[in-house]
Design a protein around this ligand. Structure first.
Ligand code: SF4
Ligand code: SF4
Length: 300
């Protein structure tokens, strides 16, 4: 059972399933989507985020580092990753909050304590708790235990997943999940490898199996212009979804929120020059789903 590493436990979420919810964002994801707006959730290891605009180059963090892993370069602290043990001391002692430690291990009891705090809001709004990420199924044993305890208390549970996990992990948790929020990004396998870093075969198979077994599923489809908004991909997704038993599709237009985080984590943002898909294109795609008899919403 152990612990789970989270980046955030967000209260009062209204976009991660029905009602008012607490969303638990786990750290670690097997996919590396080019447009990911939570890049700090990709790496399972702890990380240090650096906000250069807040840094005055005072050097306080250099003195606090037990590993002598930091030196000033061009007036800013640079961490030597070969020496850094991710102890987080440099974040604690920065007077300007220019460094932020990303990642926190939580036990089942600690997480339940947080979830239970807002039980009254879940009850009043038909909400609950959503496990997201990153990929929550990376922590399948831990997740199973938390889900079990939520079910015992009657708390509605949703799992937001990339679908990229072995089927036995889905089997372990599925009976304790009231709703799957299942990402479907690209039908073409080669393009999927290019933009997500992994094949989509097992993602499609797992979705089919969940559907065949009658679990409640919302399919979430990010729409990224020039990547997956073409008729070919949309039509193929519609054909596949039509063969399944899902409740609804949520079309999520690409946005640039989270772009700054890449610089702060020294990661590359590969989707440069990308704009939000037009309202007209979003409406056309929505219409295609509707015409195929699929319940569909933009956003959510
Ligand atoms: S996390 Fe710890 S070891 Fe790494 S640079 Fe900061 S103080 Fe040094
Ligand atoms: S302590 Fe903070 S403000 Fe000072 S050099 Fe380090 S990161 Fe910059």
């Amino acid at each position: 059972m152990g612990s789970g590493t989270v980046i955030n436990i967000q209260k009062y979420s209204v976009h991660d399933g029905p009602g008012i919810r607490t969303t638990v964002f786990f750290k670690g994801c097997p996919l590396k989507c080019w447009w990911c707006h939570n890049p700090e959730s990709q790496n399972q290891k702890y990380e240090i985020m650096f906000f250069q605009e807040r840094c005055t180059g005072c050097g306080a963090c250099l003195k606090r580092c037990p590993q002598k892993a930091i030196e000033l370069q061009d007036g800013y602290p640079k961490i030597d990753e070969t020496k850094c043990i991710l102890c987080g001391k440099c974040t604690d002692f920065c007077p300007n909050s220019a460094k932020e430690y990303v990642g926190k291990d939580v036990s089942v009891q600690e997480l339940m304590k947080e979830i239970i705090k807002d039980e009254v809001f879940y009850n009043e709004s038909n909400g609950g708790v959503t496990f997201s990420g990153g990929e929550p199924l990376i922590y399948s044993d831990f997740l199973e235990e938390v889900l079990k305890r939520c079910k015992t208390r009657g708390i509605h549970t949703a799992v937001d997943t990339s679908g990229f996990a072995s089927w036995d992990k889905f089997e372990k948790i599925a009976d304790k999940v009231d709703l799957f929020l299942y990402d479907l990004k690209l039908m073409d396998n080669e393009k999927h490898v290019k933009y997500m870093g992994v094949e989509n075969v097992n993602i499609l198979e797992n979705l089919k199996k969940l559907s065949d077994k009658g679990y409640n599923i919302y399919v979430r489809m990010p729409i990224v212009a020039g990547v997956n908004d073409d008729d070919e991909n949309v039509d193929e997704a519609i054909e596949f979804i039509s063969s399944l038993n899902i409740i609804q599709v949520n079309l999520l237009p690409y946005h640039k929120m989270g772009m700054d985080k890449y610089k702060r984590l020294k990661m590359e943002y590969k989707l440069t020059g990308q704009e939000k898909p037009s309202n007209e294109r979003m409406a056309e795609i929505k219409d295609k789903f509707k015409k195929a008899g699929i319940r569909v919403e933009i956003g959510g």
